[in-house]
Design a protein around this ligand. Structure first.
Ligand code: AMP
Ligand code: MG
Length: 355
């Protein structure tokens, strides 16, 4: 399978070590400091502006502690809490779920409903059938159509889940819960709370290109490049404003090619097949969880249902690029996006474009 370096990184399963530490001694306030670490199968960059170095170092420690606490527990195919929740569903058992995971799963169920099912966090069995759960797989080929159809006979939906407080029961044992389509958004939201509690009001948390800006980021608005579907160059960029999250879902994040066709990891719940027409969707919103779910759902919905789904989800800022290079934008996004000219230096999505 071809994938981004982030996807190839297997640190989702195993704790990784910090790869760069640029924070210096206590007592100083640097205009900008940053730290990078590996978690959730990607690189996380933490940037602080006009923040005492000691405070930035403490924030990085607290954030990393939080990342480590959820990276295994929120992964369906690890050996943490979500794996145990899915085992209980498969066995037809009732299970008590910890408050953070219960909140994530309940929010994902709400977003499934609001997206008309384009976002579906109960599709893990389909992801397994396509093999995207197996990070080491090499013999990629699509599953048999008959197996896909057989799986879709069952109602793989959060509607089959019943919550009593934080205790969960499922009517459908074939459901494998996979909140991967909103987990980065939820982690961004929790990071913002941690930073606020530490009185750090000017920072950027960037999880492999999905990011959140708190405060004014020292007046350095983050310029986020939106990459062209089949290249590393940015076709456009936009500036993140205080409190905004910018989240992108793309068909290039994880995929395999078989007989000349690209099969991407975002699956269309209606067909059981990977998304075909959409190459990437970028969503900007103050709620990172909504932004993350919406980016995934809009990638599934494609051009035809773009306006309707943006309206249903309350998304004012979204940009869809199709595999053939067509674009769809909300009116709000039309005022925010800057198209890259031939002479500009292009960079990959999620990286700051030179100012
Ligand atoms: P994202 O990068 O946020 O679009 O999330 C992609 C991940 O969400 C995939 O790797 C799957 O784990 C999961 N996923 C795939 N298809 C869907 C879908 N239609 N709805 C919700 N989650 C999905
Ligand atoms: Mg998403």
């Amino acid at each position: 399978m071809q994938s981004t370096p982030a996807a190839r990184n297997r640190t989702w399963l195993f704790c990784a070590t910090a790869i760069a530490l640029q924070l210096s001694a206590c007592g100083r306030t640097s205009p900008e400091t940053s730290q990078q670490l590996a978690a959730f199968g990607t690189i996380i960059t933490l940037r602080y502006y006009q923040t005492p170095d000691a405070d930035a170092a403490q924030a990085s420690r607290e954030l990393e502690r939080y990342f480590r606490s959820v990276e295994n527990d929120w992964y369906p195919w690890g050996n943490g809490e979500l794996q145990r929740v899915n085992a209980a569903i498969a066995a037809g058992e009732t299970i008590a779920v910890s408050p953070p995971l219960a909140e994530l799963l309940q929010r994902s169920a709400e977003l499934e409903q609001r997206s008309g099912g384009a976002f579906n966090p109960a599709l893990g069995a389909l992801t397994e059938l396509w093999g995207f759960n197996d990070l080491l797989r090499e013999d990629w080929r699509p599953p048999a159509a008959v197996d896909i159809a057989a799986l879709l006979q069952h109602e793989l939906s959060s509607r089959q889940l019943h919550w009593t407080g934080n205790t969960l029961t499922s009517d459908e044992p074939r459901i494998v819960l996979d909140p991967g389509g909103i987990s980065k958004g939820a982690i961004l939201a929790a990071s913002a709370v941690i930073l606020r509690e530490l009185d750090i009001d000017s920072a950027i948390v960037d999880i492999g290109g999905d990011l959140l800006v708190t405060g004014s980021a020292g007046g350095h608005a983050a310029r986020i490049g939106i990459r062209e579907p089949d290249g590393g160059k940015a076709v456009a960029w936009l500036e993140a404003r205080p409190g905004e999250a910018i989240v992108t879902s793309g068909n290039y994040e994880r995929f395999f090619e078989y007989a000349g066709t690209r099969y991407t990891h975002v699956l269309d719940p209606r067909t059981g097949y990977p998304v075909v027409d959409s190459a990437s969707v970028t969503v900007v919103h103050h709620d990172p969880v909504l932004a993350d779910a919406a980016a995934t759902a809009l990638l599934v919905a494609g051009q035809r249902d773009f306006d309707e789904l943006c309206a249903a989800l309350g998304i004012d800022l979204a940009l869809l690029i199709t595999v053939s290079g067509d674009t769809r934008l909300t009116n709000g996004m039309r005022h925010r996006v800057h198209w890259q000219t031939e002479h500009d230096t292009g960079q990959s999505a999620g990286h700051d474009v030179p100012q």
